[in-house]
Design a protein. Structure first.
Length: 133
C-alpha cells in the first residue's frame, strides 16, 4: 500500500519476499510500525533514495529489515534517535516531534522484540527481530 506514496515522493522500494514468518501480535500495531518505518525514510532522505524491505526467519525469530540509501544516522546518535523527542540536529528544521523511531521501538518492545539501527553503507538499516508464533 505504501508503494505509490514512495514512488510519488521520488524514491524506489524493493521488497524481498521470503517464506511466511508468522508472529503473534497486534496486526494493526505491526502494520503501523511498518508504515512508520517507511514514512521515516521518506521524511529523512532525499529523492532518489532506494528503500529495501526484507523478511527472514531463523529458528524462533522473524526478522524485518528496512534499509535506505540516504544519509543514515551516525553511530553515536542512534540511541538518541530511539528516545522520545530525541531529535537529531540534522532534523531539527523539519516538521515532527521526534516520535517516529521511539513509537516503532515501543511497538517492537510490546511484541517482545528487539530493534537495532545499523549502518547500511550508505544509509540506515533498521533491523527488527520478533519472536515467531
Amino acid at each position: 500500500m505504501m508503494q505509490p506514496v514512495v514512488v510519488d515522493d521520488g524514491r524506489t522500494m524493493l521488497v524481498h519476499c521470503a517464506d511466511p514468518a508468522p508472529i503473534i501480535g497486534d496486526r494493526h500495531l505491526l502494520g503501523q510500525m511498518l508504515v512508520n518505518l517507511i514514512e521515516n525514510v521518506l521524511r529523512h532522505t532525499p529523492p532518489g533514495t532506494q528503500i529495501a524491505i526484507g523478511v527472514a526467519t531463523t529458528g524462533k525469530t522473524a526478522t524485518l529489515s528496512v534499509s535506505d540509501t540516504g544519509p543514515g544516522i551516525p553511530a553515536d546518535q542512534r540511541k538518541l534517535a530511539l528516545r522520545r523527542f530525541g531529535r537529531l540536529d540534522a532534523s531539527r528544521h523539519e516538521h515532527g516531534h521526534g516520535l517516529g523511531l521511539p513509537l516503532i521501538e515501543a511497538i517492537v518492545r510490546l511484541h517482545r522484540g528487539t530493534i537495532v539501527l545499523e549502518d547500511a553503507s550508505p544509509g540506515l538499516r533498521v533491523v527488527i527481530a520478533l519472536p515467531r508464533g
